[in-house]
Ligand binder design. Structure first.
Ligand code: ZN
Length: 569
C-alpha cells in the first residue's frame, strides 16, 4: 500500500476533471463544473466539481469528497484499491507489500470469525448449537453464514489475540473499562459475522441465548462498519438480486439464513433500525424494486413506515408483503415452504396502499373523530414523500375510502407553513447566515485567517464550533484538505458546500459582504449576549437578588458599549 507521499503525489498529478468526466457529463460554471449527480436521482444538475481544489460535492444528496472518495463511491472499491488504480493511471510507482490498515482490519475480523466458528463446534458451544437445531438450520447453512459462538468469559478474545488488543477495540470487538483495561464485547452469544457487499467481514452481531438484553447486540460503528449503510446478506444476494431485479427485505438475520436454506437468495436484512437513505442508495445499485416482508407488528411501526418512505424517496419501487399473524419470515418459510413465501412477496401491496391500509386499521374511519385522526396522520406523513405522484395517489385513494371529495382531502392534508415535522432532505435550503458568510470568505481564500483572528474568537462560531476550532488550530498554514481531515462527516458537508457554492450575492454586494461579515457576526453574538443578560437580570430581580442585578447590569452596559463601537474589541 502507498505511503503518504505517494498519495500526495497521485493527488497532485491526477486530473480530477478528466477522471470524473468519464462518469459524469460536466459543464463549466464559473471556476467550477456542474453535472447530474451519479449518486442520487438528480433533477437539477447539483453535482459540482472544483478542479483546482480537487473536490466534488452534490448539493442535492450531500455526497462529496476528493478524487479517491469519488472513485471509491462510484466503483464501489475501498481506499487502497482506489489508490492502486489511480497510481497506475498517473504513473506513480507504489510499494504494494505494506498492508493497508483496512486490509489489516479485515484480516483480523477473518481470524476472529474463524475462532468463533471453532467455539460453536466445541463442547462449550452446545447450547448455541441446540438453539440453531431448534430453528432447523442445517450444518451446511451454518457454515455458509459462518455462525459462531462467543464464550461466557470477559477476556477470551483479548487473551486469544494478545497482540491485537487495540485493533480489537478499533473493530468494536473489545471495550475499554474504567481502569483502561480491555474486555470482550460479546460474551455467551451466538455470533453472526456481517459482510460488505464484496464479501469482506466488516463486523459482527451477537444474539443472546438466554433472556439477556439486548437480544441482538451489534458492534458500534468502526472504520469498516457503518450501521446506517449496511445490509445483512447482500454479499450472498447480489447475483440473484441482479438476475431477478427484486430484493426481499426482512427484519432478522435468521430470516435471511432460513430463506437461503429454502433456496431463496435475493433477500437481505436491515440492521434492526428503520431503513436509512444510505441503505436505499446501496439497494439501488442492485435493483429497482424491493419487497418488504415483515410481520404485522413490525410493519405497522412508525419507524418502519419512515424507512419505507426513505426507500420510496430513492425512487425504488416499494412493495410490502404482510405475513399471517404470529409469523415471521423464517417460521413462515419453514412451515409453509418456499413457494408459499414467494407467492406472498409476489402479491405484495404497493407502498402507498399499504400505508393507507395501516392508517385505516389504526383508526375508525366510520366516525368523524376517526376521519379527522386519519387526515392528521396523513397530513404529517405526506411531506416526507418526495414524489408528487405518490402523494397525489394517496390523496385520491383516501378520498375514495373516506367517501370525501378529493379536493376536500387535498385541502385538509395540505401542509401548512410548518405542518410537516419531517420535510424531505431535498427541500432543505442551505443556510446562508452571517456565520456561513464568514466561513465562506475564509474558505474562498478572500478573508485571511489573520484578519479573522483579529476580529473574532472561536467562541463567536456557535453553529460550527468545530470548523472554527480546527481553523484556529491549523493556523495560517491551513488547507481545505487539512481542514476536512479534522472534521466530522457533518462538518465536512458544510465545508464542501461553502467551498463549492455559488453564494446568493450579486458581484457588487460581494465586496461589501466581505468587508462587513466578520464584524456583523461579532455584533450578532453581542446582541445575543445582551438578550441573555437582560433575561438573567429579570430573573435576578424576581428572585430579589440585588447584588446579582447590579453585577449583571454592569456587564450589560459593557456589552452595549461594545455594540456601539461597532463590535470592536
Ligand atoms: Zn447527489
Amino acid at each position: 500500500m502507498a505511503g503518504r507521499d505517494e498519495i500526495e503525489l497521485i493527488r497532485e498529478r491526477a486530473d480530477m476533471l478528466e477522471i470524473v468526466s468519464r462518469y459524469v457529463t460536466l459543464k463549466r460554471a464559473g471556476k467550477n463544473y456542474i453535472g447530474s449527480c451519479p449518486f442520487h436521482q438528480d433533477k437539477t444538475p447539483s453535482f459540482t466539481v472544483t478542479p483546482d481544489k480537487k473536490l466534488f460535492h452534490c448539493f442535492g444528496c450531500n455526497e462529496g469528497g476528493d478524487l479517491f472518495q469519488f472513485l471509491m463511491k462510484i466503483e464501489r472499491i475501498d481506499f487502497s484499491e482506489a489508490v492502486v488504480r489511480l497510481a497506475a493511471q498517473v504513473g506513480v510507482p507504489i510499494r504494494r507489500e505494506r498492508a493497508s490498515p483496512l486490509s489489516k482490519f479485515k484480516e483480523l475480523n477473518e481470524r476472529v470469525c474463524g475462532y468463533f466458528q471453532i467455539n460453536l463446534v466445541s463442547p462449550a458451544g452446545q447450547q448455541a448449537r441446540a438453539y440453531l437445531k431448534r430453528r432447523g438450520f442445517t450444518k451446511e447453512i451454518i457454515e455458509k453464514f459462518r455462525l459462531g459462538y462467543a464464550l461466557p468469559k470477559w477476556d477470551d478474545l483479548i487473551k486469544t489475540f494478545p497482540k491485537d488488543g487495540e485493533t480489537l477495540e478499533t473493530l468494536g470487538l473489545a471495550l475499554r473499562g474504567k481502569e483502561g483495561t480491555l474486555y470482550d464485547r460479546f460474551r455467551e452469544r451466538l455470533i453472526f459475522p456481517i459482510w460488505s457487499p464484496a464479501g469482506d467481514i466488516i463486523g459482527f452481531a451477537g444474539r443472546a441465548l438466554g433472556d439477556e438484553e439486548p437480544k441482538y447486540l451489534n458492534i458500534s460503528n468502526t472504520p469498516l462498519f457503518e450501521k446506517g449503510s449496511v445490509l445483512y446478506g447482500l454479499n450472498f444476494a447480489r447475483q440473484a438480486a441482479r438476475a431477478i431485479g427484486t430484493l426481499i427485505l426482512v427484519e432478522g438475520y435468521t430470516d435471511v439464513i432460513g430463506a437461503h436454506q429454502a433456496g431463496i437468495e435475493n433477500i437481505v436484512a436491515g440492521m434492526g433500525t428503520a431503513l436509512t437513505a444510505a441503505q436505499a442508495q446501496v439497494l439501488k445499485r442492485y435493483v429497482s424494486r424491493v419487497v418488504l416482508a415483515y410481520d404485522r407488528d413490525v410493519a405497522g411501526r412508525n419507524a418502519t413506515v419512515r424507512g419505507m418512505a426513505n426507500l420510496r424517496n430513492a425512487d425504488l419501487e416499494v412493495f410490502v408483503a404482510l405475513l399471517p399473524p404470529e409469523q415471521d419470515p423464517d417460521s413462515f418459510v419453514r412451515t409453509q415452504g418456499r413457494d408459499a413465501f414467494i407467492q406472498i412477496t409476489e402479491s405484495a401491496l404497493p407502498f402507498h396502499e399499504f400505508y393507507l391500509q395501516s392508517v385505516l386499521e389504526d383508526h375508525h374511519a366510520a366516525t368523524l373523530a376517526g376521519k379527522e385522526q386519519i387526515l392528521r396522520n396523513v397530513k404529517e406523513f405526506l411531506p416526507t414523500l418526495v414524489s408528487a405522484a405518490v402523494r397525489h395517489e394517496i390523496i385520491r385513494e383516501l378520498g375514495r375510502v373516506l367517501n370525501l371529495p378529493e379536493e376536500e382531502v387535498a385541502r385538509a392534508v395540505k401542509a401548512g407553513k410548518r405542518a410537516g415535522i419531517m420535510t424531505p432532505p431535498s427541500a432543505e435550503k442551505p443556510a446562508w447566515g452571517t456565520e456561513e458568510q464568514v466561513l465562506y470568505f475564509v474558505l474562498q481564500g478572500e478573508l485571511s485567517l489573520d484578519r479573522l483572528r483579529d476580529e473574532l474568537d472561536v467562541q463567536d462560531f456557535t453553529r460550527y464550533p468545530e470548523i472554527a476550532r480546527s481553523l484556529w488550530e491549523l493556523g495560517e498554514e491551513w488547507t481545505v484538505d487539512g481542514l476536512l481531515a479534522k472534521l466530522s462527516a457533518e462538518d465536512q458537508v458544510t465545508v464542501r458546500r461553502l467551498v463549492l457554492m455559488q453564494p446568493p450575492l450579486k458581484e457588487s454586494d460581494r465586496q461589501r459582504a466581505l468587508a462587513e461579515a466578520p464584524r456583523r457576526l461579532r455584533q450578532v453574538r453581542i446582541e445575543e449576549q445582551i438578550a441573555r443578560l437582560r433575561e438573567e437580570v429579570r430573573a435576578a430581580e424576581r428572585a430579589g437578588d440585588r447584588e446579582k442585578v447590579w453585577r449583571l447590569q454592569g456587564e450589560l452596559v459593557q456589552q452595549q458599549q461594545q455594540l456601539l463601537q461597532g463590535g470592536r474589541r
